[in-house]
Write a protein that binds this ligand. Structure first.
Ligand code: DLL
Length: 436
């Protein structure tokens, strides 16, 4: 454990710490950030109303839309000269969201990322091969700061040029791999083409995140890369990676709740739900200086797991993400998340973990086509009966999710590969004048 004081505190002591931090945060935001003052005034709540941690439910939420409206610096809680670095989301669907970091924020980020790396038992003896993209994206520099703090040997290779990645991994005997799960599968594929055997490399553990992936995908990665694959979670609005991470138990992600306070709410009503109930994750940054956020609605769906973990950490866990509120497809009245389709595909023989879901709208009805790559073996079978395999997968999807889909087996390596976040859903509804 990197920070046993904060990762294995008694519940009472932890609640007390969270409370103190929340009270100080609310006072600061009310007096320094006009956006938050206005929101609190509209809700009729003042800093004096916040006395215990459960009073957090009285405070207003912050949404991605709010952040866009005050772009770029409307949420700054400190003098701009105190800012030493900024990161933003990719902003593919509008203005990006901005995270501004003071020196202390970078220290906080380094600390939570050191904890994250230490979840995979990373020490200064390790060589960390960092294949997350460097730049405005938080993945690259987040891991960088954490590895620096631990004192590990860090290889800041970033994403791309996969053959070179493999050469470096071999030559420098990397032990810890950090990149998106989809990129790790591309590495496995290129390694196979190059005749590189992962059994002969030194990789021991991988810290994968930044995009959805399920248990089936984990098994594929562990099997192909011969390492233990851990799930790590975070988002630009809060700090980047370093919000929550799995430990070696691989059973839920520990949230660093001494600094990032989690709640689960009903996305429809905004009501706070009890532990164990599924809903939208909301996070408050208790100690950030540059751009602290109050009750940020992540749109990520999960539930909290308060049971004690065998690793000895007492900080709460969340289940790996189940989807996003804005990812949910409604296919003829049935709600389905891309991650559920992935789980079905991963169980099917003869397919590879490379797929895309194409969503279309005909009149009022949405339909999906699932394109999944077949294995080289199936592709080269002399008497391949693709249409019966497709029908079988359709039946499997229907029996598991109660959703009708069209499945199309496509040639090996025909689905675009990703060196960062994979694009799994191609939504054609906008083009057809459907959804806005
Ligand atoms: O993806 C930060 C990050 C970098 C996390 C490296 C982990 C590793 P954003 O680009 O702002 O930040 O995207 C955040 O990505 O709200 C989730 O929907 C999704 N996401 C992040 N981690 C996971 C994960 C980074 N482990 C958004 N599983 C989040 C599923 C994830 N989805």
């Amino acid at each position: 454990m990197w920070n046993s004081k904060h990762e294995s505190m008694g519940r009472e002591e932890l609640t007390h710490l969270q409370q103190e931090r929340l009270i100080a945060l609310v006072e600061k935001l009310y007096s320094r950030v006009p956006f938050y003052k206005k929101r609190m005034d509209e809700k009729g709540v003042t800093p004096k109303d916040i006395k215990t941690i459960t009073d957090i439910a009285k405070l207003p939420f912050t949404t991605k839309q709010d952040m866009r409206e005050v772009y770029p610096y409307g949420l700054l809680a400190t003098d701009i000269n105190e800012i030493v670095e900024i990161h933003t989301s990719s902003g593919t669907t509008g203005k990006p969201v901005v995270g501004a970091y003071t020196r202390n924020d970078i220290e906080l980020w380094s600390e939570v990322m050191a904890r994250t790396l230490a979840m995979g038992e990373t020490t200064k003896e390790d060589t960390v091969h960092n294949g997350y993209g460097y730049g405005l994206f938080t993945g690259g520099l987040g891991v960088h700061y954490g590895a620096r703090k631990i004192g590990a040997n860090l290889i800041p290779i970033s994403g791309g040029n996969t053959k070179r990645q493999l050469m470096v991994m071999q030559d420098f005997k990397s032990t810890v791999l950090t990149c998106t799960p989809s990129y790790s599968l591309l590495m496995a594929e290129v390694a196979k083409e190059e005749g590189i055997d992962f059994d002969k490399l030194s990789l021991r553990v991988g810290l994968f995140g930044a995009e959805p992936w399920g248990e089936g995908m984990r098994r594929e990665i562990e099997d192909k890369l011969k390492l233990k694959a851990l799930d790590i979670y975070g988002l630009t609005e809060i700090i980047g990676p370093g919000v929550a991470s799995e430990c070696m138990q691989q059973n839920g992600l520990h949230i660093f709740e001494d600094v990032f306070y989690p709640e689960i709410i009903d996305p429809e009503t905004g009501e706070v739900l009890p532990h164990g109930e599924k809903g939208e994750l909301v996070i408050t940054t208790l100690t950030r200086e540059g751009t602290p956020v109050l009750r940020y609605r992540t749109r990520d769906i999960t539930y909290l797991m308060p049971e004690q973990c065998a690793c000895g950490r007492t900080i709460i866990r969340m289940h790996r993400l189940l989807g996003r509120t804005d990812d949910m497809l409604i296919i003829r009245g049935v709600n389905v998340f891309p991650s559920q389709i992935e789980e079905v595909l991963m169980k099917i023989e003869g397919t590879e973990p490379h797929y895309q879901i194409v969503v279309q709208r005909h009149g009022q009805l949405d339909s999906i086509e699932v394109q999944v790559e077949m294995t080289e073996k199936l592709f080269s079978d002399e008497i391949k009966d693709l249409s019966s395999t497709e029908k079988n997968i359709e039946a499997e999807i229907y029996s598991t999710l109660n959703v009708h889909s069209k499945v199309k087996l496509v040639e090996p390596k025909s689905i675009p590969r990703s060196e960062g976040k994979a694009k799994r859903v191609i939504d054609k509804r906008n083009i057809q004048g459907g959804r806005s």
